[in-house]
Design a protein around this ligand. Structure first.
Ligand code: HEM
Ligand SMILES: Cc1cc2nc3c(=O)[nH]c(=O)nc-3n(C[C@H](O)[C@H](O)[C@H](O)COP(=O)(O)O)c2cc1C
Length: 462
């Protein structure tokens, strides 16, 4: 991540960097061919050109005319993980331009659009990527639209209470922050900012063991009485994961999830393409003596890699192993059919209906699909367990629909990661937006508390 001081050193025809919206760009190669003339750019060499640039150009000019290599990343002082340039850490406060952008954001989808402009292209690609053609990722979003409410009217509703209990602990809302690695691609402070925003708004954060912030750092910033839960992948060396879980419990994490839908990474082409293109751009000295038969770029792994996962678990051994470590509530994350939800019930754990944001198996069912199947085939699960869902949630109405269908809690991955491009303030605003939308939806369907949602019906077009 270049500092402003470093950018200032590149102020000549030979090496010309400029800053636009708090990010630096190497524009040396376009000076000579710039349609507005070289002087227009050179006047701002080494400096902030935001105002002059934006008065003439659309923001996508930069993506269209500069290679990923020329996007130098947000101006700051630290290098990010995976070689990707990061958000500035020093300034806790947003600059005036970012503040204005944040003011203009009024929905979760707005945050995605803003993040696509604000983040380095490779970081955005990592977050956004789904498996293969990304139709499962898209289906996750679309399937919420295939559910319609049957609202009740003329019910006196003076205020709406969105608070609920998720795995024994109370929260202000039924939605939560999903476990997700890669928060440091968005902001150098990463997950701790999610913890702060979750604490401030009294919602649940489910932290992952792939998080770039340690559990100690998370616990350090959490508020008194704030509950955070811990998610694991079981590593090939189970002892290591066991120690991790024990440590998390000692630190005060009060719920556990085991993710089971990712024994290997899905084929995330958007992410792989960004990695490959960056490597090609960096590889100026390619002498082309590689044997094309050896080119296996199609199997490029994701930007954030994780160690190999223990793939030998079956239901008995997995639950026995977990129960040998803890009595805390356990969720099994990545349940994708009613039969496995029924097994969760049998084993006394909670089914977390998720297809990992459509990043694993293309063609996997959405949480809505699985929830509907559970209602048809094994509705007892909804009484015996707390059913958790996630995938494609961007609206308060999605959350309320999930609850009417019988879910207890609804997770958001990208929906609360993209706002991190605006730091803790961004995440807090996203949570407030969702809160407002949930409250509005509840009033409009005719309920004033979460418990009353179970008395409602919805119509499914799936
Ligand atoms: C340092 C800030 C910059 C200033 C002040 C500036 C100014 C200008 C001006 C005055 C024009 C002519 C507009 C017209 O004919 O109506 C222009 C055109 C253009 N500039 Fe820049 N420019 C800047 C940076 C850049 C950068 C960094 C790029 C590419 C990455 C770029 C790409 C273009 C292109 C493609 C056009 C043609 C018109 C268009 O497609 O927008 N400019 N610029
Ligand atoms: C960038 C990213 C990283 C993720 N990392 C993890 C992870 O480490 N562990 C996990 O169980 N799920 C992970 N997930 C999946 C989320 O927990 C969640 O299931 C999913 O994001 C929900 O879908 P949504 O992003 O459409 O809201 C990740 C998702 C994304 C987008």
């Amino acid at each position: 991540m270049p500092s402003r001081e470093e950018v200032r050193k590149h102020a000549s025809l030979e090496s010309c960097w400029i800053i636009i919206r708090d990010a630096a760009y190497d524009v040396t190669s376009i000076i000579g061919s710039h349609p507005g003339g070289p002087k227009a750019i050179l006047r701002y060499a080494g400096n902030d050109a935001t105002k002059a640039f934006e008065s003439v150009h659309a923001l996508d000019t930069l993506t269209k005319h500069l290679s990923p290599k020329q996007h130098l990343g947000p101006v700051g002082n630290q290098e990010g993980i995976s070689g990707i340039k990061m958000q500035e850490t020093k300034s806790k406060r947003l600059g005036p331009a970012a503040k204005a952008e944040l003011r203009a954001i009024i929905s979760i989808r707005d945050f995605e659009v803003a993040a696509s402009r604000r983040l380095p292209p490779r970081a955005f690609a990592f977050l956004k990527a789904g498996a293969d053609d990304e139709f499962t990722a898209q289906w996750n979003r679309d399937s919420w639209k295939a559910i319609r409410f049957w609202p009740r009217v003329l019910r006196p509703i003076e205020s709406v209470d969105t608070s609920t209990v998720i795995l024994n602990n109370s929260f202000s809302a039924p939605f939560f922050i999903c476990p997700a690695g890669g928060a440091k691609l968005i902001h150098t402070e990463g997950e701790v900012l999610l913890t702060k925003a979750a604490g401030k708004n009294s919602i649940l954060q489910w932290v992952c063991n792939m998080s770039a912030c340690s559990p100690d750092e998370i616990v350090r910033v959490k508020r008194p009485g704030q509950h955070v839960y811990w998610q694991i992948y079981a590593a090939n060396d189970l002892e290591i994961t066991k120690k991790e879980v024990e440590k998390a419990i000692l630190l005060g994490f009060t719920g556990i999830a085991l993710t089971v839908d990712a024994i290997r990474a899905g084929k995330r082409e958007r992410d792989a393409r960004a990695i490959i293109l960056e490597a090609i751009a960096d590889d100026d000295a390619d002498d082309d003596d590689d044997d094309d038969d050896d080119d296996d770029s199609f199997s490029t792994g994701p930007t954030v890699q994780r160690p190999a996962t223990w793939a030998k678990f079956d239901w008995d051994s997995a639950i026995k192993w977990l129960r040998s470590i803890t009595d805390l509530p356990i969720a099994i994350k990545g349940i994708q059919c009613w039969e496995d939800a029924e097994l969760c019930m049998k084993y006394g754990v909670h089914p977390w209906l998720s297809n990992h944001a459509g990043r694993q198996l293309e063609g996997a069912p959405s949480a809505v699909d699985t929830l509907l199947e559970i209602r048809r085939r094994c509705p007892k699960v909804l009484e015996a367990c707390e059913v958790i869902v996630d995938g494609g949630v961007t609206r308060g109405t999605d959350i309320v629909k999930a609850l009417v269908l019988g879910a207890r809690a609804v997770g958001l991955g990208r929906g609360l990661l993209f706002p991190l491009a605006y730091g803790e303030q961004g995440v807090s605003k996203a949570i407030r937006i969702l809160h407002h939308e949930v409250e509005t939806a509840m009033a409009l369907v005719g309920v004033s508390s979460i418990e009353q949602l179970s008395s409602l019906q919805v119509r499914s077009y799936l």
